[in-house]
Ligand binder design. Sequence first.
Ligand code: CP
Length: 323
Amino acid sequence: MTDTVPPLGKDLVGLEKLTAGQILQILDTAEPFKEISERRIKKVPVLRGKTIVNLFFEASTRTRVSFEFAEKRLSADTVNISSSGSSVVKGETLVDTARNLEAMRIDMVVMRHGASGAADFLAERIPSNVVNAGDGWHEHPTQGLLDLLTIRDHMGRLDGLKVCIVGDILHSRVARSNIYGLRTLGAEVAVCGPRTLLPPMVEELGCQVFAHIQEAIEWADVLNVLRLQLERMEGGYVPSLREYNHIWGVTSERLEAAPRDLLILHPGPMNRGVEIDSDVADGPHSVILNQVTNGVAVRMAVLYLLAGGQPEKAEAAKQGAES
Ligand code: CP
C-alpha cells in the first residue's frame, strides 16, 4: 500500500480530497510516534532545524497544545502567535502577517481561523507548508484523523463500522472531517440532532439522518458527540439547553437501552450536562482522553510527512536515524 500512495503534498487543509491510502498512511505513521510521548525524555531529532509557527486566531486548548507538544517532541523550533497579542488587532491582514513570518524564513504554519476556507487561502499564497488546525465550519483534519485513530485502536477496524455523529453538525468542522475520513475508509456514517443544527442536504454527504437519539443509539457502534457551539449561535437553534439535554443528550440511561456497548467520543471542550452527561463522559466506554493522547501522535505524523519524511522510515526516524 505505502509504495503506491501519492504524497500528501505541501499542505493539509482537509480530509475531503485525501484518498484512503493517504489517510491510512497518516494513521500508520502515527503508530510508531505514540511511544515517544511515553518516554522519560520525550524528544527525538526528527524535525531538527525546522521552524514552525502556530498561528491561532481562535481559542484552543487541545489543538494548540497538542501541536506544540508534537513539534517540540520532534525537535522543531516553534513560535506561538495568537490574534490578541499580534498586529492583527491593529488591522494587519492574514496574508501580510504570513508574508512577514515568511520573511523570517519559517518552514510551516499551523493555523486556526474563524473563517471557512482560511487555510486554503493561506496555503495558496505562501510557500511554507500549511496545516489547518480548524477553519470556521469547514474542516478540522487533524481532529478527524485522531478520531479515526482512536476508533481503530478500540474497535480494531473502521471499514464497516457504524458511526453516528450527534449534536451540532451545522457549525462543526469536526463533523465534516469525520464524515469525509470515515466514509473514505469504509465506515457507515449517520448524523443525529435537531433539524436546525443539521446542514441543509446533509444526506448528500452520504450520511443517514436520525431524528431521534434513541434510534441512533440503537443503530450505532460508535457515537461521536459534538459540542453545542453556543458561541456560533445567535439564538433560535434550540429552545433551551435543558430541553436540548432532555431530547438529545447522551445519557447513561439511554446507553443502557442500547443493544451493544457503544464507544463514546467527544472532541472537547464538553458542555457537561448538555450534549453529554458526566457519567457517560467519565464512564467505561468513553475514549475522550485517549483521543487527546492520540492527537499528539497524529500531529507528529502529519508534520513528519509534510516535511518530506518517508512513512516506512518513521520507526527508524524516531530512534534517531535520518529519515
Ligand atoms: N477539539 C478541539 O479542537 O479542541 P480545542 O478547541 O481546545 O483545540
